[in-house]
Design a protein. Structure first.
Lengths: 288, 272
C-alpha cells in the first residue's frame, strides 16, 4: 500500500514534469509569435511577397517586434499582408512608416522590415495601412543579370571582331601592329635616322668640314635669297601690269581690246567661211 | 468461456483451412483479428467499471519507469545530431543556424519517433511477454472465471497507459534532446543558454510541435494495442511467450513508421 502511494507520487511528479515542459514550450512558442502580448494589427499591400509566410518575423531597427499574421491575395497584382506588432513598440512607428520584405540570411526565412517613418508625424494605430516597397526578387535580379550578361556578350563579340581585325592587319591599329612593310619602313626610317645622326656626329667631329659645309650652305642660301628676290620683283611687275605678261594679265583695257579682237576675229572667220561657201557654189570656180 | 473469443477462434480455424499455408491468408487473418481486437477495446474503454488504480499502476510502469532510458536516448540523439550537422552547416558558413536546425528536426521527427521506438522495445515487448505468460499459465482464464473482465483489466489499462504516457515521454525527450544539443553546440563554440533557447524558439512554430505531439498518441496507442494483442492471443507453451514479445516489438516498430508516414503526409497538407 505504501509502495503504491509512493509510486503514485512518482507518477504524479513525472506527469507534472512532462506537462510543465510542454506548457513552457507552448508559452515560449506563443511568446515568439506575440500570442501572449497585446498587439496592434497593421497591413501593407505588396505586388509580390517573395515567399513570405504567416509566422515570419517583423523587424524594426533589426529587432523582432512582431509577426506576419495573414497573407491574402487581393487582386492579381496585389497581396495584402497583415502584421501583428507589439503595442509597446507602436509609439516608434509613424503613420508614414514603410514596410519592405527582406531575408533573415542567405538561407533564412523571409521577414518584414519596417522603416519607422519621419518624426513629428502621428504614431501608427490599429488597422492602419503602411506604404510598401516591392522587394527585388530573385527573378528580377536574374532578369537584370541577364541584361548585363547580354551586354557583356555584345561587348565581347565586338572585342573579338576588333582583335580579329587587328590580327588580320585591318585598320590603323592593325596596320600599325601587324603590317610587316610598315614595320620594315619604320625600321629603315629608324636605321636612316640612326645613320643620319651618326653622320651628323661625324661631321660634328670634323670641325673643318663643317665650316666648309656651312660656307657652302651660306652661299646656297644667298643664291636662293637673290633668286627669290628676283622672283618677287617679277611678280611685282606682273602684278603692277608692267611688261608684256604683266599687261596681258593685269591691264583691263588690253584685256577688253583682246576680247574684242577675238570677237572680231570670230565674226571675220564666220564671214570668210560664208564667202568661201558662196564662192564654191559659184559657176566661176567650177573646176577648182 | 467468453463467447467472443470462441467465435473468433472458430472463424480463424475455418479461414486457416481455406487459406492453408497461404501467407496472404495469414496476413489478412491477422489484420481482421487486430481490427476486431481494436473494436473491442473501444467498446470496453467506455463501459464502466473503470480500472483507475490499474491504469495508474500501468502508467507508472510504462511512463515513469521508461523515463531514464528515454531521457538518455534523447540526450544522446540531440548531442550526436548537433555534432554531425555542424560540418555540413560549416561548409555553408551557417553554423549559427545549428540550434534552429537541430531543434526543428528533433521536435518534428527524431524526438517522437526515437521515443516511440524505444518505448516499443521496452514497453511493447514487456506487455506482450507479460500477457503471453499470463495466457500460458491460464491466469487470464482464471480471471474470467473469478468474474473479472480480463480484457478491461489487462488490455484497456495498458493500452490507455501507453497512449497517455508516450506523449509525455516524447515532450521530455525533446527537452532533454535540446539540452544535449546545447552541449553539442558548446563543444566547438560558445553559445549561452539563453541565446540558444531564444534561437530554438525563434525557429519553432506551433505547426512543428502540435502534429509531433498528436502523432505520439497514435504511436502509444499502436504500441500498447499490438503488445496486448500479441500477448493476449499468444500460443500456449513457453515458446509462445518469447514469440509474442518478439513479434510485438517488430510489429509495433513497423506500425510506428507507418503511422509516422501517414502523419507526415497529413501534416504536409497544411504546411509548405
Amino acid at each position: 500500500m505504501k509502495k503504491d502511494t509512493s509510486n503514485k507520487i512518482k507518477l504524479g511528479i513525472f506527469i507534472s514534469m512532462g506537462l510543465t515542459v510542454f506548457i513552457i514550450g507552448i508559452y515560449f512558442l506563443g511568446e515568439g509569435q506575440q500570442l501572449f502580448r497585446s498587439t496592434i494589427r497593421i497591413s501593407g499591400v505588396f505586388r509580390d511577397v517573395a515567399g513570405l509566410q504567416p509566422g515570419n518575423n517583423v523587424r524594426l531597427s533589426g529587432i523582432n517586434v512582431g509577426t506576419v499574421d495573414n497573407i491574402i491575395i487581393v487582386s492579381d497584382s496585389s497581396v495584402r499582408v497583415d502584421i501583428l506588432i507589439a503595442e509597446s513598440v507602436s509609439k516608434f512607428i509613424m503613420k508614414d512608416a514603410v514596410a519592405s520584405i527582406g531575408s533573415e540570411g542567405l538561407m533564412g526565412n523571409k521577414t518584414i522590415i519596417l522603416y519607422p517613418g519621419t518624426g513629428g508625424k502621428k504614431e501608427i494605430e490599429n488597422g492602419d495601412i503602411v506604404q510598401t516597397i516591392t522587394p527585388l526578387g530573385v527573378d528580377d535580379f536574374m532578369n537584370s543579370l541577364k541584361k548585363t550578361i547580354d551586354n557583356t556578350n555584345d561587348i565581347t563579340d565586338d572585342l573579338a571582331k576588333i582583335t580579329a581585325s587587328i590580327q588580320s592587319g585591318k585598320g590603323t591599329i592593325g596596320r600599325l601592329l601587324m603590317d610587316q612593310s610598315l614595320i620594315r619602313n619604320f625600321d629603315s626610317t629608324v636605321v636612316n635616322l640612326k645613320e643620319g645622326s651618326a653622320g651628323f656626329k661625324l661631321l660634328m667631329d670634323k670641325g673643318d668640314d663643317v665650316d666648309e659645309l656651312l660656307t657652302s650652305l651660306k652661299t646656297t642660301i644667298d643664291n636662293t635669297s637673290s633668286i627669290t628676290g628676283n622672283l618677287s620683283k617679277i611678280t611685282d611687275s606682273i602684278h603692277s601690269g608692267k611688261g608684256t605678261i604683266g599687261m596681258l594679265l593685269m591691264d583691263s583695257t588690253m584685256r577688253q581690246n583682246l576680247d574684242s579682237t577675238v570677237v572680231n576675229l570670230k565674226e571675220s572667220s564666220a564671214g570668210l567661211k560664208t564667202l568661201l561657201d558662196k564662192a564654191k557654189a559659184s559657176w566661176l570656180l567650177w573646176g577648182f | 468461456m467468453e463467447p467472443r473469443i470462441r467465435i473468433r477462434s472458430i472463424t480463424r480455424e475455418k479461414i486457416e483451412e481455406n487459406f492453408l499455408a497461404s501467407v496472404f491468408g495469414k496476413f489478412f487473418i491477422e489484420v481482421a483479428s487486430l481490427a476486431s481486437f481494436t473494436l473491442r477495446f473501444f467498446k470496453e474503454v467506455l463501459k464502466p467499471p473503470y480500472e483507475f488504480n490499474e491504469l495508474l499502476k500501468q502508467s507508472f510502469l510504462v511512463g515513469y519507469k521508461s523515463f531514464p532510458l528515454i531521457a538518455i536516448t534523447g540526450f544522446i540523439i540531440g548531442l550526436v545530431s548537433t555534432i554531425q550537422s555542424r560540418p555540413t552547416l560549416a561548409n555553408f558558413g551557417a553554423v549559427s543556424l545549428l540550434p534552429a536546425m537541430v531543434a526543428v528536426s528533433l521536435i518534428r521527427e527524431i524526438g517522437p519517433v526515437i521515443t516511440a521506438l524505444i518505448f516499443a522495445g521496452k514497453v511493447g515487448s514487456g506487455i506482450g511477454a507479460e500477457l503471453a505468460s499470463m495466457k500460458v499459465t491460464e491466469q487470464i482464464d482464471a480471471m474470467q472465471v473469478s468474474g473479472t473482465n480480463p480484457f478491461k483489466f489487462l488490455v484497456v489499462t495498458r493500452v490507455l497507459a501507453a497512449t497517455l504516457m508516450l506523449p509525455l515521454l516524447a515532450v521530455l525527450a525533446d527537452a532533454v534532446g535540446l539540452l544535449g544539443s546545447l552541449v553539442g553546440v558548446n563543444l566547438k563554440g560558445h553559445v549561452s543558454v539563453s541565446f540558444y533557447f531564444s534561437q530554438v524558439f525563434q525557429a519553432l512554430r506551433f505547426g512543428d510541435l502540435f502534429p509531433a505531439i498528436v502523432k505520439t498518441f497514435f504511436f502509444g496507442f499502436a504500441i500498447g494495442l499490438i503488445g496486448c494483442y500479441k500477448g493476449y492471443y499468444a500460443n500456449t507453451g513457453t515458446e509462445g511467450v518469447g514469440k509474442a514479445a518478439n513479434s510485438a516489438v517488430v510489429f509495433a516498430s513497423l506500425m510506428v513508421f507507418i503511422i509516422d508516414m501517414i502523419a507526415v503526409q497529413i501534416t504536409s497538407l497544411y504546411q509548405n
